[in-house]
Design a protein around this ligand. Structure first.
Ligand code: UTP
Length: 406
């Protein structure tokens, strides 16, 4: 893209401020900026004009295996899952492209030391959890690790330094997710430097299209991988490629499933898995009407009881059918460093929006979604904040409770 073309595109979208410092840049920086502008996906800006709240359709409960159902059928589920893992039909996808702004560390979140008397990174703890499965099956499953342009090099370096946590290197595949521009509260794209547009990872919802764009579809077909277990980087207690979860899903005949926890109260701030107008959906806590959140079944349990833990199993065949579908874009209010009047500013308060696709919107594209309830104290310890709810402190306490030496 040359300067005249860039001017034209920016004029069309009302974003001419991106060239404010163009004349001050050297030739290399000019070229880099034009290159960045040529790659901007302006379609995400539709999210700014959407306005209004999302209309919730008719809600009904999802098909589910409760924790008691799982206990009752554990042996059968586990042997089904072990067989699927031994035949290489299941692989895992680690979503590690986030910026972890709430945790506030400059390193990738997975490098965060969750240990107390010893070094124990979040990555290492998750690989320890994985080793319990691989010991049982006697095989290793493929793991696709999604990073972002911001943290890819550090992540790959860390894996190498730690010798891939004892996992076979040839089973670990890194791929980099896409980026989206960040804008101020008026929808003007920000510059983080005179010659650099402020960009951030475009959310965790683009993982499958990024994986395919990276060429990893070839591994899926070559290895006969039929299922992908997608998991977040921050739950240090989660079981990955858990044979019981896989077996429960296979037994149910569903082609998508989610590990869920029972909500502690109607008000708990967690997305709820349910059916909406006959399709599986996740209703965010701020979208859920209070009267519906409080509904109870005759046995006293909440009618919409299942909070998602960001651990899903997707059938590859169905992912391929939905890959061309456009996911909705979400706005996320964040503190975005920017340049103004030639001076770099690090805001103390949120000053703009990032645009994100969310994995939860993929659920709506599925034909069905089975909820598999797990016991919260045993499998759910997300590290989002330093202290308080879902924090380093709460995760450490839960790890210790589960016998992990910190
Ligand atoms: P979060 O929603 O907790 O976001 O991500 P985050 O970026 O890690 O943290 P905050 O909100 O800035 O504090 C949930 C999961 O999705 C991944 C994260 O790495 C985490 O595993 N994720 C998030 C991505 O892979 N890419 C993204 O663009 C965003």
């Amino acid at each position: 893209m040359n300067l005249a073309e860039a001017k034209q595109v920016l004029l069309e979208h009302g974003q001419q401020q991106l060239l404010e410092y163009y004349d001050e840049l050297d030739e290399g920086a000019k070229k880099a900026l034009l290159d960045q502008i040529s790659k901007i996906n302006f379609s995400v800006f539709h999210a700014l004009n959407k306005g209004g709240e999302r209309k919730i359709g008719k809600l009904s409960p999802v098909p589910a295996f409760t924790a008691a159902d799982v206990e009752q059928n554990r042996e059968e589920f586990e042997s089904l899952g072990i067989a699927a893992l031994r035949s290489g039909k299941v692989a895992a996808v680690l979503l590690a492209g986030g910026q972890g702004t709430r945790l506030g560390s400059d390193n990738p979140k997975g490098m965060f030391n969750i240990g107390v008397t010893r070094e124990l990174s979040i990555f290492e703890q998750q690989f320890d959890n994985i080793s319990q499965v691989t010991k049982k099956t006697g095989t290793y499953f493929h793991i696709f690790v999604m990073t972002s342009e911001v943290n890819n090099d550090k992540t790959v370096e860390f894996f190498k330094e730690k010798n891939f946590f004892g996992y076979p290197e040839d089973k670990i595949h890194f791929f980099v997710q896409e980026m989206a521009p960040a804008c101020d509260l008026n929808g003007k794209i920000l510059l983080e430097d005179k010659g650099r547009v402020a960009m951030s990872p475009n959310g965790n919802g683009g993982w499958y299209s990024s994986l395919i764009k990276n060429g990893d579809g070839e591994i899926l077909s070559r290895e006969g991988i039929e299922w992908l277990n997608v998991y977040s980087v921050d739950n240090v207690l989660q079981r990955i490629c858990d044979p019981v979860f896989i077996g429960a899903t296979l037994k149910s005949g569903c082609n998508c499933s989610a590990k869920v926890v029972k909500k502690v109260s109607p008000e708990e701030k967690v997305g709820v898995l349910c059916m909406e107008d006959g399709k599986p959906a996740i209703v965010e806590y701020y979208e859920m009407p209070q009267d519906i959140a409080s509904l109870r079944r005759p046995d006293g349990e909440l009618k919409f009881a299942y909070g998602v833990t960001l651990n899903y199993l997707f059938k590859v065949e169905l992912l391929n059918k939905t890959i061309d579908k456009t996911l909705p874009v979400h706005l996320s209010l964040k503190k975005i460093p920017y340049i103004s009047g030639g001076v770099k500013v690090k805001p103390e308060e949120p000053n703009g929006y990032k645009f994100e696709y969310l994995v939860l919107d993929m659920i709506k594209l599925m034909e069905n979604c089975l909820a598999v309830e797990v016991v919260r104290e045993k499998e759910f310890a997300p590290v989002k904040n330093r202290t308080g709810v879902d924090s380093v402190d709460s995760a450490r306490a839960l790890l210790a409770k589960n016998g992990v030496k910190l």
